[in-house]
Design a protein around this ligand. Structure first.
Ligand SMILES: NC(=O)c1ccc[n+]([C@@H]2O[C@H](COP(=O)([O-])OP(=O)(O)OC[C@H]3O[C@@H](n4cnc5c(N)ncnc54)[C@H](O)[C@@H]3O)[C@@H](O)[C@H]2O)c1
Length: 399
């Protein structure tokens, strides 16, 4: 299955408002990063091919929704996502709610012919993700899964170096996403939706590991089988801060997996959210027949690059700052190379790509992740958890 060409609902419904698309955001937490990107992308990439207009935002807590609406000058607020999805001015539904609230709104929005942006992980499991993909494809709308790290200049430079053969044959991809999620290493950190499998799907794997798996697919290619181990170390947490009532953690704190790629490369994935000292350690190392590249999101614009062909006397890793106009995405940014690319700009690039694809009726993939990529990612995560249980290698279904 692949992304199909879509006629855009945006074009159809905005005939009177030239070149505007109406955006509705479900959820105001990571939704803030999206709102910031929708409202600023035309300043980075001027002129924008279509101008996003934030029409509505929804969330469960009225005061908080209203505050975000005020900050981003959004006229309409809803506490029920159904109202936002059905709002006629909304032609792109941007889902920034927890995973249990991904499938239903996205499928309803697809049926109404709206274009779809959905945060990662696409769903709690592959079955749910497949239903979302099928609904989007049937409706012929554009669909994007929020793997924003595909839009980092440094990551794209590595992709170029793999695709143009600079690194040679890829032997090994070692990746990790480790942090403490603002305090998960503390057993007194309260229970939240991330700890509930009915809401989140998996734990560190689907919160963090999913990003690393997406980069594995984006950079090296399809993963065919996995062999994993997974553990929950903090088995219960207070239901609220200071409370003696406890909730049972039903998801993984740490998951690790060996990976086999279709092209013969091998890989290792580590995902963990109780890793003291780690802030946002999304790390990968790509080892090829002609050299090696290392990346760490905590040093967002840096790559360590080693070329095997360098003279032995002076060979070693060189640190490359990926900040100049020759680097991916940066040519059209309005600032100069001293400006520095930040985390929030991954969303600017991602949603700008989505807008361009709508305007030109171009495919979201391969630069952006579609619902197909979100579905494949869920298949891999399901296989990882199955392997962790069975303690055997598990194959990933090819479709
Ligand atoms: N791409 C990234 O870097 C990134 C970063 C953080 C979170 N995320 C993803 O974004 C999603 C949301 O995560 P978060 O950290 O913002 O969660 P959060 O709990 O902080 O916020 C969730 C939001 O969804 C709203 N919501 C929850 N249930 C709802 C319902 N039934 N109807 C309407 N609104 C509802 C809440 O009111 C809140 O605004 C998750 O899928 C998460 O994995 C992605």
């Amino acid at each position: 299955m692949s992304e199909i060409s879509a006629t855009t609902a945006a074009m159809k419904t905005n005939n009177n408002k030239e070149k505007q698309i109406g955006i509705g955001i479900i959820g105001y937490s990571i939704g803030k990063a999206h709102a910031n990107a929708w409202t600023s992308l035309s300043r980075y990439y001027y002129p924008s091919k279509l101008k996003p207009k934030l029409v509505a935002i929804s969330g469960r807590i009225k005061d908080k929704v209203e505050l975000e609406a005020k900050k981003f000058e959004i006229e309409k607020t809803y506490s029920e996502w159904e109202k936002l999805v059905n709002d006629e001015e909304v032609t792109v539904v941007d889902n920034c709610a927890p995973p249990s609230i991904h499938a239903e709104p996205m499928i309803m929005a697809a049926k109404l012919g709206k274009n779809l942006v959905c945060e990662k992980p696409l769903a709690r499991n592959a079955k749910e993700a497949k239903a979302m993909l099928e609904a989007a494809e049937k409706a012929g709308v554009k669909h994007l899964t929020g793997y924003n790290y595909r839009f980092l200049p440094a990551v794209n430079l590595v992709r170029e170096m793999i695709q143009d053969g600079t690194l040679g044959e890829i032997y090994y991809f070692k990746t990790a996403y480790l942090n403490v999620n603002e305090g998960y290493d503390d057993p007194n950190f309260p229970f939240g939706w991330h700890h509930d499998p009915n809401v989140a799907g998996y734990g560190a794997l689907s919160d963090l590991g999913t990003h690393a798996l997406d980069l594995a697919r984006f950079l090296v290619g399809e993963i065919t089988s996995v062999s994993a181990a997974s553990a929950t170390f903090i088995k219960e947490r207070p239901l609220e801060e200071g409370s003696t009532k406890k909730g049972t953690v039903g998801v993984d704190d740490v998951t690790i997996s060996c990976l086999k790629f279709k092209n013969g490369a091998l890989g290792i994935l580590e995902a963990g959210w109780v890793m003291a000292g780690r802030t946002d350690f999304l790390r990968f190392e790509v080892y090829g027949s002609k050299g090696t590249v290392r990346y760490n999101l905590e040093r967002i614009n840096e790559l360590d690059i080693y070329f095997s062909s360098d003279p032995k006397r002076t060979s070693g890793f060189r640190n490359v700052l990926v900040v100049n106009k020759a680097h991916p995405f940066l040519k059209n940014f309005w600032w100069n190379q001293g400006g520095g690319f930040g985390w929030e700009h991954t969303f600017v690039n991602e949603l700008n790509h989505f807008v361009n694809c709508l305007a030109e009726d171009m495919p979201i993939s391969p630069q952006g992740a579609t619902f197909y990529d979100g579905y494949r990612n869920c298949l891999i995560m399901d296989a990882i958890m199955e392997s962790a249980k069975s303690e055997r290698w598990t194959n990933i279904p090819s479709s």
